[in-house]
Design a protein around this ligand. Structure first.
Ligand code: HAM
Length: 430
């Protein structure tokens, strides 16, 4: 029987061995970010509620319906971060990172984010994102770099089905005219009351309506892509060229709108077709007015948030499709390569030292604890996933050897105790 408690509804939790995969996937991202010059940021999990109201936008579902907001003991309204971008920009400005050297400020972070959504597979109330932002420059090469980091990471995980959807949402010069045009078009449609209200507040979001009856009517809607100003068009064409130069495939998706209000120009989403309704495994874009919106200086930026939970689901979906003989495309480093089994008290002390020595030498090693008998200990060895077992009995100690057993073949050979580490290093590298 478990305890009387369960985690609250909709929390995405990871325990081993799945959590080992989660961690390795994040580590792979950390390496990609480092290689591209992005520094790590560890930041607030809750923020002043107004940061999200002003940054993400009050008309968005995220802010109007999904925030975990509470009043603290000092009467302040605080909110568990529903996303990272507004907080990252707040932190960059608060710590003056934009004044300390060249721009853009390049940072990444990761951790849980919180949205009060209806939980289902791939949609959680506590979920995990990898977030990367380049703040302070308006250069199509930065946009392409940011997108390339995400695609390179997906590729490094062995994911082959990820699609990149690309669009431009224009700028503060061309979007207002387009917005008015779109509103005119939408007001002429047969829509329910809530959607009619949305036309007045956030008409672009109507384009994202998934209901067939609405979709049908949207067929002839004006698209931002056809109404970009000259600068936005040139900017977007350059981003597309640069992605082409890098060999990154993308799909122009003029209907792509994002759920958060701060986006301008380049916007993109990563989609995985095997995940059904939760196919959006990552998304991002440019947010050139966000800094001013939260009371900062003019500081254009671009970034993305990648959903770790959905990436894990995508990895599992693709793995299930591969044949059993194929190597997994991506696997965490093993937690145990060698499992040691002491038989008797004297052996236990020797094995304890031996295992410590193996770990110092960079070999993942574990041992049987609690004076287990051979049979039970060997079961543990098999369960550990180790390639080799080391078995040490009283007689071995007198002879100065340890039995090295290959757990796949069952073959067992004595190895001089003094050579254990070097022998295992050699055998593991084969
Ligand atoms: P977003 O599209 O709201 O963007 O979220 C990014 C990713 O987080 C989604 O593509 C999805 O994979 C994952 N995600 C979102 N909500 C959930 C959920 N309830 N359960 C599981 N996964 C979820 C942002 O958050 C922006 N801040 C991204 C960004 C960074 N734009 C510029 N910089």
């Amino acid at each position: 029987m478990s305890s009387s408690f369960q985690a609250p509804k909709g929390i995405s939790e990871y325990v081993p061995p799945r959590a080992d995969l989660f961690y390795a996937v994040r580590e792979a991202f950390a390496e990609r970010a480092r290689l591209a010059g992005y520094g790590y940021l560890e930041m607030a999990v809750f923020e002043d509620t107004n940061l999200f109201k002003r940054g993400v936008g009050e008309s968005t579902d995220v802010v109007s319906k999904e925030m975990y907001t509470f009043t603290d003991r000092g009467g302040r309204s605080l909110t568990l971060r529903p996303e990272f971008t507004a907080g990252v920009l707040r932190a960059v400005l608060e710590h003056n990172l934009h004044k300390q050297g060249g721009l853009p400020v390049k940072v990444w972070t990761s951790g849980p984010a919180f949205r009060a959504e209806r939980p289902q597979q791939g949609r959680y109330r506590q979920f995990y994102q990898l977030d990367l932002e380049a703040i302070g420059s308006e250069d199509p090469a930065v946009d392409a770099e940011v997108i390339a980091i995400a695609t390179g990471w997906y590729r490094s995980l062995g994911l082959t089905r990820v699609r990149l959807l690309l669009n431009s949402l224009g700028c503060k010069r061309c979007r207002p005219a387009y917005r008015a045009l779109l509103q005119d078009f939408l007001r002429g449609l047969d829509l329910d009351e809530a959607t009619r209200e949305r036309i007045e507040i956030n008409p672009l979001r109507v384009l994202d309506d998934k209901r067939p009856a609405v979709r049908e009517q949207l067929a002839g809607a004006p698209l931002m892509a056809d109404h970009l100003c000259g600068d936005c068009k040139a900017y977007h064409d350059r981003v597309r060229e640069l992605l082409g130069d890098l060999g990154i495939a993308f799909e122009d998706t003029p209907t792509l709108v994002r759920g958060l209000d701060y986006y301008t120009r380049t916007t993109f989403e990563f989609d995985h077709p095997m995940l059904g309704a939760q196919s959006g495994i990552g998304g991002g874009g440019r947010y050139d007015g966000l800094s001013e919106d939260i009371g900062g200086p003019e500081l254009p930026g671009i970034g993305f948030g990648l959903g770790l939970d959905r990436t894990i689901l995508a990895l599992e979906a693709e793995a299930a499709e591969r044949s059993a003989e194929q190597e997994p495309a991506f696997a965490p480093k093993p937690r145990c390569e060698v499992f040691a089994v002491p038989l008797g008290e004297a052996a236990e002390r020797r094995v304890f030292d031996l295992v410590a020595g193996l770990r110092e030498a960079g070999i993942a090693a574990d041992m049987a604890f609690g004076g287990k008998r051979l049979k039970g200990a060997m079961k543990d060895a098999d369960r550990s996933g180790a390639r080799f077992a080391l078995i040490l009995g009283e007689r071995d100690i007198t002879e100065g050897v340890v039995q090295l057993k290959d757990l796949a073949s069952g073959e067992q050979t004595p190895v001089p105790l003094t050579d254990t580490t070097s022998t295992l290093k050699e055998r593991l590298s084969r």
